[in-house]
Design a protein around this ligand. Structure first.
Ligand code: SF4
Length: 374
């Protein structure tokens, strides 16, 4: 039996550079059963396989209907079913991934050092979920039906010692009661590691921060600051974090969710309030020498034009640490040229909301009046 595997995100999203874990597990499982598996790099050969697996993570990834309706096709993943996505059968879910599934694709696309880095998650990382689930039930999240974080795959299940780094896809690692035992298995490897989805700073205790900082962090520390209502708690935790990690360590990044109305109404006044809340969160993060990474919920595209332009401006500024850490938003937008859409939206926003003008001038290097900075 010939088995074709389609990572639909890879085919549809031109800049997508992360392997699909389910695809790699499926491939490994079927190879072990003695079958041939192959990653398809377009849909043209789809009819040549006895079975075709299609997986996607992102809901807006397009897959042609005729692929999904083939008798031989089995499809799944959060991109198709979001929070209702069926889990893989146990034997596949707990199979070591086939880290060679993408070899040919990587070889064909990664000539040159810069390109190699672009494909590093395919070549350098062991990838998996140490834990799965989260207790918080955020209404926008794929985990909204989860009841809590539980141990998922022991590290040895997906650890390939020939790969120099580890990438964990856990939803809320420190919410798992067994975090300490699991984390010691990570430290024992001596490998660089990252929790790609971010960690929940709100529940973290000093000991957890210390242990985290004692490991070889691959990409700094990543947390989330999704809701303005958490600001006091986040400030307390950032104070604690800065007792553990010196201010000179600047690789602390927090995801800042925007465009999502927690009340679910998206009334006309939502957009201005949301942008103000983004500014407040960024200001807090600057105070603690943290980077911000704007995560735009899909609804941002429905915002009136000026706000939409501001979401783009804020993302372009924040999500480039070299810009965010050196320039104010005004300097960044002005630098794009006075005829740029960037500058135009900034000017229009300021005229509409002069009460927020001071946020346009705040700078990472200058916002330093938190408790620990005197
Ligand atoms: S805390 Fe994070 S993982 Fe948990 S439900 Fe909320 S968004 Fe999802």
């Amino acid at each position: 039996m010939r088995i074709g595997i389609i990572d639909a995100d890879l085919l549809y999203r031109k800049r997508h550079r992360f392997p699909n874990l389910a695809c790699m597990k499926l491939s490994a499982y079927w190879k072990e059963q003695g079958f041939e598996t192959e990653l398809l790099l377009d849909y043209s050969q789809a009819g040549e396989y006895d079975r075709l697996y299609v997986s996607k993570v992102f809901t807006d990834t397009f897959v042609p209907e005729h692929i999904l309706t083939r008798e031989t096709t089995i499809y799944g993943g959060t991109g198709f079913f979001y929070d209702k996505a069926p889990v893989l059968p146990e034997a596949i879910e707990h199979h070591t991934p086939d880290y060679h599934l993408y070899d040919q694709m990587v070889k064909e696309n990664s000539a040159g050092e810069k390109k190699k880095k672009e494909f590093q998650f395919y070549t350098d990382y062991s990838i998996g979920f140490l834990t799965r689930g989260c207790f918080r039930k955020c209404s926008f999240c794929v985990n909204k039906n989860s009841t809590g974080a539980v141990a998922a795959s022991p590290l040895e299940e997906f650890y390939d010692p020939s790969r120099k780094k580890l990438c964990f896809l856990d939803d809320n690692f420190f919410a798992c009661a067994e975090w300490e035992k699991i984390f010691s298995s990570v430290l024992e490897t001596g490998r660089r590691f990252q929790f790609r989805q971010g960690l929940d700073l709100r529940i973290m205790q000093k000991r957890q921060m210390e242990l985290l900082a004692s490991g070889k962090l691959d990409n700094g520390m990543i947390f989330a600051f999704d809701h303005i209502k958490d600001q006091e708690l986040i400030v307390r935790k950032l104070e604690l974090l800065r007792e553990v990690i010196p201010v000179s360590y600047q690789k602390v990044k927090l995801y800042v969710l925007c465009g999502y109305d927690w009340e679910g109404t998206w009334k006309a006044d939502f957009w201005a309030k949301d942008i103000r809340d983004v500014f407040i969160r960024i200001k807090i993060l600057m105070r603690y020498k943290c980077l911000a990474y704007l995560m735009r919920y899909a609804a941002w595209e429905r915002a009136p034009e000026i706000y939409k332009g501001m979401y783009i401006n804020l993302s372009r500024w924040c999500n480039q640490p070299a810009q965010y850490s050196k320039k104010s938003l005004r300097e960044f937008c002005t630098g794009q040229g006075e005829y740029s859409s960037c500058f135009r939206y900034l000017t229009a926003f300021e005229a509409l909301h002069p009460e927020m003008a001071h946020y346009l001038d705040m700078k990472y290097e200058e916002v330093q009046y938190g408790k620990i900075y005197g």
